[in-house]
Ligand binder design. Structure first.
Ligand code: HEM
Length: 453
């Protein structure tokens, strides 16, 4: 029996510029998500420069994709344009077995007890940010959170705390991130066989600045192993089971990966979460109670159940990285369809997270649905899944909890807009609130009771 032909929405055949440009430039993530909801669960999107692309919005099929063997569905090639910016030696773009070897080396600094040692750093960065925020006039939470999460990740990665060092070290990464998220990236990625990424002057220039910043720090740590150097130091010292460590260039590209993958995503989640809380007073009260009742050192001790449910529900509704992907190595059967080798499978995480079969009223914000129960494995995928599931998920949960509790303990927030945020229609590969989540902020020690003055 012949497999059915993939449904292909009219007007999306042969769009040049890549899936991201097609998805976001032509009306946003909502456009592709809407098409998949109408025609899905698997839709073909042939895109010049990318080969065949299929979008998937179904939990069962996503589970099949996430659990496929890495020689059947390729992870490094599959994750797409933004990851290509991270550097050719980044673990993110490696295939197996190298990807797994490198992933294991990154786990110790991002999991378990070491996370507790980051809590005071995150608290200090949050306090420093609050001291800078203006009171009595609106601030855009998206921008404020981006600055804060960059500061956190730079302090943790390099083990620095002097604000001048933090600013100097963070600047080139901020610039690289804005290139990774720019409209130019998917177009240049599509044209990369013609040297699209290699011949990009701005990318080369910022990469040189990152080399000049990071390589001397790696050399200094190799010369003096007692020199404090945060996660960079751990990556210099780490050895795999085979006794092999990481080369300077591998450390450099993995640091870029951790900083870029872990900074905008967490910031955007924080902005969505603040917006949802400010428009759901009971939920805000629940988190504030937990924030007031516990000290930050107790994060993870069981006193954060409601906060965790709020974070899980925020990530379900507005996963900041709404797509991830894999690429078929050979012919591959997905549901009713047979995909050709070299097909990109794009998983629409935001569609999967709102699966009506898995959640009653999937579009409503209801943290209670996660109280006392873990999110369903196949229909809660803001961190992706399988061998490439986000390696920073525990770090992100720790950072989001600590920042939110510090903000609610030591500051006060009020919404500027009476209606909750919607996503920006035309955005980069990150799902961002349209108005940037505008809030009034005041420090708890300020004389006035209200943030609006
Ligand atoms: C709320 C915050 C975050 C979200 C929603 C998020 C989401 C994601 C997603 C969707 C993927 C792709 C997974 C897949 O393809 O199956 C990913 C991968 C990754 N993330 Fe995150 N992420 C977040 C925070 C972080 C943080 C804080 C770090 C590091 C400090 C980080 C580092 C990484 C890395 C290194 C990968 C690649 C993993 C691999 O290839 O094995 N992320 N993340």
């Amino acid at each position: 029996m012949r497999a059915p032909a993939l449904p292909v929405p009219l007007g999306l055949t042969h769009v040049f510029g890549g899936l991201y440009a097609a998805a976001y430039g032509l009306g946003g993530q909502q456009l592709v998500a809407g098409v998949v909801r109408r025609m899905g669960p698997v839709v073909g999107l042939p895109v010049l420069g990318y080969g065949p692309v299929v979008a998937v919005g179904d939990p069962a099929l996503a589970k099949q994709v996430f659990s496929a063997k890495p020689d059947v569905l390729l992870g490094g090639e599959g994750v797409g344009p933004a990851a290509a910016i991270y550097g050719s030696r980044s673990m993110f773009v490696q295939e197996e077995p190298e990807h797994l070897r490198r992933r294991k080396l990154l786990i110790p600094p991002l999991h378990g007890g070491v996370l507790d040692s980051y809590v005071p750093i995150i608290e200090a960065a949050t306090r420093a940010a609050m001291a800078r925020w203006p009171q009595g006039r609106p601030i855009r939470m998206v921008d404020a959170a981006r600055e804060l999460t960059l500061e956190v990740i730079v302090r943790v990665m390099f083990g620095v705390d002097d604000p001048a060092d933090v600013g100097r070290l963070g600047a080139p990464f901020e610039e690289l991130l804005s290139l990774a998220l720019s409209d130019e990236t998917p177009v240049r990625y599509a044209a990369r066989r013609l040297g699209g990424l290699r011949m990009w002057g701005r990318l080369a220039a910022v990469n040189r600045r990152i080399d000049d910043t990071v390589l001397p720090l790696i050399a200094a740590r190799r010369a003096d192993p007692s020199r404090p150097a945060g996660i960079l130091g751990m990556l210099v010292d780490v050895r795999g089971e085979d006794g092999e460590g990481l080369s300077d260039r591998q450390i450099r590209d993995d640091l870029v990966t951790l900083i870029l993958a872990g900074h905008e995503t967490t910031a955007t989640t924080l902005a969505w979460m603040v917006d949802l809380l400010l428009h759901h007073p009971e939920a805000l009260q629940g988190v504030t109670a937990e924030a007031g009742a516990i000290g930050a050192a107790e994060v993870g001790d069981g006193g954060t159940r409601y906060t965790e449910a709020v974070i899980n529900e925020t990530l379900r509704l507005w996963p900041p990285a709404p797509i991830t992907g894999r690429m078929t190595a050979g012919r591959y059967r997905l549901g009713d369809y047979t995909l050709e080798p070299g097909t990109r499978i794009v998983l629409l995480l935001d569609v999967i997270n709102r699966d009506p079969g898995s959640y009653p009223d999937p579009d409503d914000f209801r943290p209670e649905r996660f109280l006392g129960q873990r999110p369903p494995a196949s229909a809660w995928v803001p961190f992706g899944g399988g061998l490439k599931r986000c390696i920073g998920a525990a770090f992100a949960m720790c950072e989001l909890t600590t920042v939110l509790h510090t903000l609610l303990r030591e500051g006060r927030l009020e919404p500027v807009d009476s209606r909750p945020e919607r996503p920006r229609g035309r955005a980069g590969p990150v799902l961002v609130p349209r108005n940037g989540t505008r809030v009034y902020f005041s420090r708890a020690d300020a004389c006035s009771a209200s943030p609006r003055r």
